[in-house]
Design a protein around this ligand. Structure first.
Ligand code: ACO
Ligand code: OAA
Length: 371
């Protein structure tokens, strides 16, 4: 028996949710360039869950049901109000809150297909309210109810800031939501599938997935990219700052990928969005710095940016607090997690690989007194 470190290249399941072939990413057979250009995030959620884009009536009904399910039990927000605001980070708050939601859902452990479909809609909607609600609560403000006239993406920004966002911001946020929605068997999705393959419930699967996304080698990288850009400060400092990180053998956040070898196909969209948005805000230094970091890392290490690199300057330009970047990723990726959870339930088998034992052999118990 021999092991493959990090399961690299191991095919652990079949899936029809999304595919990465020759560095091309598709959702249910649709190229992400096509979806990013034309679709709404609501259409993409529907596509991931039901396998096809909705017709007009299905779309309207689906959008309405997302809107109807955004409210969160008071107890969840009341609990958030007790958090120590300077100690509790939004990703930890989100992980706890999603788990807490299950306590108020009488269908939490109902494993019927119909109940799972209803929970899917509730979770997707409520996660938006949890992220925006916590962002406001920690600033001493009340959560805001959704505006039914607005899209999912527009509501995110409205419920965060209390103001209707402009068209440019809505369009950019919608694109970012689509680009982060699913990604084959990434670490958090695999976590969700492992969890529910024991026939555990959807809340457990999504809570586990949030825990996996939080790490800096996965979704947590986007927040750290902004940390790095802030430390760099100006385009002139890029070379020396990045060189120091490389000399110290530090991992550069937002670069490299387990699967893509010729580059992450989502990065070009986010790069262009970063260029446009930083121009609008008059802070093109974030884009200029990012471009210089990209050039330096490619020249020095041959590494290319992943989805987390340019999303940092995109979210920053949308006026979003840096520690909300990864929770926003979770809002989008919930659509993919749920699609995979539903797919796992449909054709379930316990996921239980083996470990190659490399520890000591033939040890004998020695009593406590003799040790
Ligand atoms: C949404 C997402 O999850 S996208 C990924 C987000 N994560 C990041 O951006 C964190 C930074 N990137 C990384 O840590 C890695 O590239 C990962 C985790 C994404 C992929 O990791 P793996 O496939 O395990 O690659 P691994 O870590 O083995 O790297 C292979 C080599 O490239 C180097 N390398 C890979 N990424 C980086 C990086 N970002 N900075 C510096 N060196 C890197 C490694 O040091 C290693 O070099 P070595 O062979 O000389 O030791
Ligand atoms: O697929 C991965 O390993 C990580 C990633 O890019 C994602 O989850 O979007």
């Amino acid at each position: 028996m021999s092991s493959t470190r990090g399961l690299e290249g191991v095919v652990a399941t079949t899936s029809s949710v999304s595919s990465i072939v020759d560095d091309v990413l598709k959702y249910q057979g649709y190229h992400i360039d096509d979806l990013t250009e034309h679709a709404s995030f609501e259409e993409v959620i529907y596509l991931l869950w039901y396998g096809e884009l909705p017709n007009k009536e299905e779309y309207n009904n689906f959008r309405q049901s997302l809107m109807d399910n955004m409210s969160v039990p008071d107890e969840v927000f009341d609990y958030m109000k007790q958090y120590s605001v300077d100690k509790v980070r939004p990703m930890a708050a989100l992980r706890t809150a999603v788990s807490q939601l299950s306590l108020y859902d009488s269908e939490a452990d109902d494993m019927s297909e119909e109940a799972n479909q209803r929970k899917a809609v509730r979770l997707q909607s409520q996660i938006l309210s949890l992220v925006t609600g916590f962002a406001r609560i920690r600033k001493g403000k009340d959560p805001i109810k959704p505006d039914p006239a607005l899209s999912f993406s527009a509501n995110f920004m409205y419920m965060l800031n209390g103001e209707e966002p402009d068209e440019t911001s809505i369009k950019a946020f919608n694109k970012a939501m689509i680009l982060h929605a699913d990604h084959e068997l990434n670490a958090s999705t695999f976590t969700a599938r492992v969890c529910v393959a024991t026939l555990s419930d959807m809340y457990s699967g999504v809570t586990a997935a949030i825990g996996a996304l939080k790490g800096p080698l996965h979704g947590g990288a986007n927040e750290r990219v902004m940390e790095m850009l802030t430390e760099i400060g100006t385009p002139e400092n890029v070379d020396s700052h990045v060189q120091k990180l490389l000399d110290n053998k530090e991992k550069i956040m937002g670069f490299g990928h387990r699967v893509y070898k010729t580059g992450d196909p989502r990065a070009k969209h986010l790069r262009e969005m970063s260029r446009q948005l930083t121009e609008v805000t008059g802070e093109s230094k974030w884009y200029d710095m990012s471009m210089k970091v990209e050039e330096k890392i490619e020249n020095e290490k041959g590494l290319l940016p992943n989805v987390d690199f340019f999303s940092a300057s995109v979210y920053h330009s949308l006026g979003i607090d840096h520690d909300l970047f990864t929770p926003i990723f979770a809002v989008s990726r919930t659509s993919g997690w749920i699609a995979h959870i539903l797919e796992q339930y449909e054709n379930n088998r316990l996921i239980r690989p083996r470990a190659e034992y490399v520890g000591p052999e033939n040890k004998k118990y020695v009593s406590l007194e003799e040790r």
